[in-house]
Design a protein around this ligand. Structure first.
Ligand code: FES
Length: 129
């Protein structure tokens, strides 16, 4: 029921693992199934220079996290915020309709990591003034 791309990203996830020196960390959960995902980002000059994820979830959640990290790598914060779960699913040649909610985790995880980064940046700037 999964496309070859989904199976490829599930079997060989890109950018998997914890990042110890992340600038932003997003943790999101899927209330439907209880699966959890962490997204870590490293930001330089407003650009996401590195990104990784840890996902305790189904094959679709792992494949979409993997693809989402590939899509945001090298993007500016603004560009990364525009990436939707639909874009992630399309990049994977589609997901079965009952698995579309899984791809929401990836979109929300990226957004949560960026929000965390922006909040930390604001706090740091506040300290300087
Ligand atoms: Fe939980 Fe897919 S079933 S994220």
């Amino acid at each position: 029921m999964y496309s070859e791309k989904v199976m490829d990203h599930f079997r060989n996830p890109r950018n998997m693992g914890r990042m110890e020196d992340a600038d932003g960390i997003g943790k999101v959960g899927n209330p439907v199934c209880g699966d959890v995902m962490w997204i870590y980002i490293k930001v330089k000059d407003n650009r996401i220079v590195d990104v990784s994820f840890e996902t305790f979830g189904c094959a679709a959640a792992i494949a979409t996290s993997s693809m989402a990290t590939e899509l945001v790598k090298g993007k500016t914060i603004e560009e990364a915020l525009e990436i939707t779960n639909k874009a992630v699913a399309t990049a994977l040649d589609g997901l079965p309709p009952i698995k579309l909610h899984c791809s929401l985790l990836a979109e929300e995880g990226i957004k949560a990591a960026i929000e965390d980064y922006l909040a930390k940046k604001k706090a740091r700037e506040g300290e300087k003034t």
